[in-house]
Design a protein around this ligand. Sequence first.
Ligand code: DQA
Length: 147
Amino acid sequence: MKFLVINGPNLNLLGLREPHIYGKQDFAALQGFILEAAQEAGVEVELFQHNHEGAIVDKIQAAYSVFDGIVINPAAYTHTSVAILDALKAVALPAVEVHLSDVSKRESFRQISYAGMACVKTYMGLGFEGYRQAIFFLRDYIEGAKA
Ligand code: DQA
């Protein structure tokens, strides 16, 4: 089973970026955490981070028939991007949304998630752990769908 893990804009600045919200660990630490979680779950992962909306749309399109599922933290594009929502719906791969912070307790402009409308589950406010839970959930979800 092979998953694509997508991280959106500014997540490459983890550690530097608002550490009181996103934590002190950097993006390399997050990537290492995700790779370890994937190994633990017995799935393959490809990691992709980009700051540009179109690049994320291109990557989702290219995922069709290559990956079994997608874990996505669209970052700020969560709250603005109908294009990412449409791309997820187009490829129709099972997808899980992750946010490091608990967006439900933050500003009103963060209360809508377009990408989330195409996802089977959302993890928020768990920091890195959200990615681990997303990977395990997606694995079990896909296994269940096959049975
Ligand atoms: C985020 C939450 C978003 O609102 C924000 O724009 C981000 C990160 C999170 O992981 O908590 O960039 O997706």
